[in-house]
Design a protein around this ligand. Structure first.
Ligand code: FAD
Length: 452
């Protein structure tokens, strides 16, 4: 067992932990980062699968994500635009395929009006919400007591309008059914991205990608930290008290003045605390759970949809794959589609054989792009639900009522222990930008306490 002493021990080498460690070091403090996996990056993971470079985890950067954009600049990383020329595809409740331009789906005029009105209402509500403290909204408790699906029912009788608006937050973001989270949680999701309109605008929210993959961020940050990053070191025990902490993993033990727990909140309770964490934290962490989505990649010899005049962007709340995009990798002449299968639909395809799962997903893609979509050269499913050190995708959100009840203590430090993760962020919540923001904020709080 290697025993080391540092000013701060950071638990978790995702974007948040590595940012915190980098900032702490810049301020003159010594750090050690303990990472459970045999790689850094957590939910950022770029890999070569059967000769194709794929983003198994997070990948997109949007123009408002200034903390992430600054980090990309600092690390000298370049970005490129997602392909978006041509027509988008929408499939309605009867299975009819229609093409369209812009953000509003080609639905009946009455439904379109309902969608526009709902977006306006949501934008107005979101403008009142501070993403850093949604619980402070005067109606926070009421909004947290009603599920997003029920709230939508109180706004419009048009089912197709509700399904479409629900999809943007449920399947596409929180990756839970719209009956499983509150209207307040939905508003936080939109407020964290600036507005509801931003979430609906795929050209905004899914704007750029990073040459070499987004995992370059944690990889390069870790490279700078050098030997202070310890892989294969899951922290099992954290002793803490007024004088500091001792983080104990299988092969390294770090004594430090402060700890940064930079892990998804659902994994906080996998560590044994001596003494136990206070009642408030023990309670609040039980009210957060991971969403679940399968990210599917299909690589073809050519981006055939482009020649058919399609952008690759496709949506349908009625399809197994509820959204899909052109995800062709920079410089690769082949065409790649990425699609998403969320929450209960994801449970459904994991209940059938691997072969049937693949077939059902490819069939759904073929409804958007035609039969050519049925025969990719490479097919890959990101299965984050099976990853012991993540346990779902994309991130964690509160159960009904949890955000108003516990939110204010989400980021409150416990003695020498600070919490840092994208899932705890306000602006940039559930995104890499939020992970980096939290890393910066957490480091600043520790630097202040340390008097460094
Ligand atoms: P994590 O990346 O989860 O890092 C936590 C780290 O802690 C992990 O490395 C884990 O192994 C480690 N750990 C856990 N427990 C312990 C322990 N006991 N001891 C030591 N180490 C431990 N975001 C975007 O901005 N754009 C996107 O396009 C996007 N798409 C996504 C697609 C998918 C499929 C997924 C899964 C996520 C996506 N996200 C996206 C979200 C984004 O990836 C995350 O919000 C972000 O990477 C989280 O960073 P983090 O450091 O907060 O947490």
């Amino acid at each position: 067992m290697q025993k080391i002493e540092r000013d701060v021990v950071v638990i978790g080498a995702g974007a948040s932990g590595l940012t915190a460690a980098t900032e702490l070091r810049k301020a003159g403090l010594t750090v050690a980062v303990l990472e459970a996996r045999d790689r850094v990056g957590g939910r950022l993971w770029t890999d070569d699968i059967d000769g194709a470079t794929l983003e198994i985890g997070g990948q997109w950067v949007s123009p408002d994500q200034d903390a992430l954009i600054e980090t990309l600049d600092d690390l000298g990383l370049e970005t490129y635009e997602r392909y978006r020329e041509g027509l988008n595809v929408y499939i309605g409740p009867t299975g009819e395929k229609r093409t369209f331009e812009g953000e509003i789906f080609p639905v009946a005029a009455q439904t379109e009006q309902e969608i526009v009105t709902l977006i306006e209402k949501l934008d107005a509500l979101v403008a009142e919400i501070d993403p850093d403290q949604p619980w402070a909204h005067p109606l926070a408790k009421d909004l947290d007591e009603i599920s997003f699906s029920r709230w939508l029912e109180t706004q419009t009788e048009d089912e197709e309008a509700r399904e479409n608006i629900g999809m943007f937050i449920a399947g596409a973001m929180l990756t839970k059914p719209a009956h499983a989270f509150s209207a307040l949680q939905a508003l936080l999701m939109a407020a964290s991205a600036g507005s509801f309109s931003n979430l609906v605008d795929a050209d905004f929210i899914l704007d750029k990608r990073v040459v070499g993959g987004l995992q370059q961020v944690p990889l390069l940050l870790a490279e700078r930290l050098g030997d202070d990053v310890h892989l294969n070191s899951p922290v099992r025990t954290l002793r803490w008290g007024p004088d500091g902490v001792t983080a104990i993993s299988e092969n390294v033990e770090v004594s430090a003045r402060f700890a940064v727990l930079a892990v998804p909140p659902i994994l906080i309770s996998r560590i044994s605390y001596e003494p136990p964490l206070p009642r408030r934290q023990q309670q609040l962490h039980q009210h957060l759970s991971m969403g679940f989505v399968i990210k599917v990649h299909a690589v073809y010899s050519t981006p055939f949809w482009r020649t058919n005049g399609l952008s690759g962007t496709a949506f349908s709340p009625y399809e197994l794959v509820h959204e899909a995009y052109d995800n062709s990798y920079h410089g690769d002449p082949r065409g790649t589609l990425v699609g998403f299968v969320a929450d209960e639909a994801a449970d459904g395809v994991f209940a059938v054989s691997e072969e049937e799962r693949k077939q059902r997903i490819l069939e759904s893609l073929s409804h958007y792009y035609g039969d050519e979509a049925l025969t990719p050269e490479v097919f890959y499913l990101s299965d984050w639900g099976s990853e012991e050190w993540t346990r779902g995708a994309y991130a964690a959100s509160f159960d009904m009522g949890g955000l108003a009840r516990y939110g204010a203590d989400l980021r409150t430090p416990v003695g020498p222990i600070h919490f840092s993760c994208s899932d705890l962020a306000g602006k940039g919540y559930q995104h890499v930008d939020g992970a980096i923001r939290m890393g910066i904020e957490t480091a600043a709080a520790i630097v202040e306490r340390a008097g460094a």
